[in-house]
Design a protein around this ligand. Structure first.
Ligand SMILES: Cc1cc2nc3c(=O)[nH]c(=O)nc-3n(C[C@H](O)[C@H](O)[C@H](O)COP(=O)(O)OP(=O)(O)OC[C@H]3O[C@@H](n4cnc5c(N)ncnc54)[C@H](O)[C@@H]3O)c2cc1C
Length: 295
């Protein structure tokens, strides 16, 4: 049996992929406040994220190309449609708009909900992993058991298991406006990326980036985000609307790209974390890579 620790964007995609391949999988999630997937935007946009010429460019393009099949199979398993809409607008400094038809957007909470459907998922915090003969003893808040292998995909909390992961807090707002807004990137400003996208749950405006472990929303960042909303969507109707703060801790590998590899010291443990700003984009590729390592 394979135990997957964490059922966020990465853990749930990995567990789903392993289950599809016929493995016996048990998923454990602690339901942490500040988990990145709850606040993630769902932009699948290598260009908006300026990945051209970086070490992630190739992986980003490969993973983007896997998204249509990934979303289709998740939707089939869940019995409802996981949103995946192509076409992302890029506002240029002279206010002209370039539309990239190959880029897309989704909605992370719905991706996670669909991937979790049908998984053997338990609500428990994994506290320790101990190597034992032929496997790994998994010690959780709800008891202990033995797994043949473990996949550690618990975002910034993976550091509790001897993996260096930094937290970069991201704040966004979700506005309840009329549906149908496009996905749109503005040139960065104020040290943060500026973008917005219509989702089934509202108009999402993102997002700040600050190196801290706190997942409390900041009033100042909220004000900045509302300014971005009026600038980016000046052409949309703005009825009276409420704004909900979303805050999540992005797991960042301080040494570079995401870590998808055997654990440095624990045998039979594979690590999948450090996806930073790109966990939604890279989820299908990461799930495949982990399956190749584990099966
Ligand atoms: C504001 C914001 C906007 C973003 N926008 C985008 C975007 O547009 N496109 C994109 O590609 N990415 C985006 N991201 C990044 C993306 O959300 C992250 O890369 C991704 O969520 C990381 O996934 P993860 O599964 O590694 O970690 P998380 O999503 O944080 O999930 C970790 C899970 O592990 C569980 N857990 C933790 N510790 C334990 C434990 N000890 N035992 C059991 N379970 C545990 C938690 O409860 C949680 O469910 C954004 C992130 C933020 C914050």
């Amino acid at each position: 049996m394979i135990a997957v620790v964490g059922a966020g964007l990465i853990g749930s995609a990995v567990a789903w992929q392993l289950t599809q391949a016929g493995a016996e999988v048990l998923v454990l999630d602690a339901g942490r406040a500040g988990a990145a997937w709850k606040a993630g935007a769902g932009m699948l946009s290598p260009q908006g994220e300026r990945l051209a010429g970086t070490p992630l460019e190739q992986d980003a393009q490969t993973s983007l190309s896997l998204w249509p099949e990934f979303a289709h199979r998740l939707s089939k398993g869940a019995g409802w449609t996981v949103p995946l809409t192509f076409g992302v607008e890029h506002l240029q400094p002279d206010r002209s708009v370039y539309v990239c038809p190959h880029e897309a957007r989704t909605c992370p909470p719905l991706v996670v909900a669909a991937a979790r459907t049908g998984l053997n998922l338990r609500c428990a915090e994994v506290q320790r992993l101990l190597p034992v003969r032929g496997g790994v003893r998994v010690c959780t808040s709800e008891g202990e058991f033995c797994a043949d292998q473990v996949v550690l995909a618990c975002g910034v909390w993976t550091r509790a298991f001897g993996v260096k992961v930094a937290a970069v807090r991201g704040q966004a707002v979700l506005l309840q406006t009329q549906p149908g807004a496009p996905a749109r990137f503005a040139p960065p400003g104020g040290g943060h990326a500026r973008y917005g996208l219509g989702r089934p749950d509202g108009l999402y405006i993102g997002a700040t980036a600050r190196a801290t472990d706190s997942h409390r929303p900041s009033v100042r960042e909220r004000g900045w985000l509302l300014g971005v909303a009026s600038e980016l969507f000046a052409d949309q109707a703005w009825p009276q609307c409420w704004a909900r703060d979303l805050v999540g801790l992005r797991p960042v590998n301080p040494f570079g790209p995401p870590l998808v590899a055997p654990h440095p010291t624990l045998p039979r443990v594979t690590v999948a974390t450090g996806h930073g700003r790109h966990g939604a984009l890279l989820a299908p590729l990461t799930a495949r890579r982990v399956a190749e390592l584990v099966l």
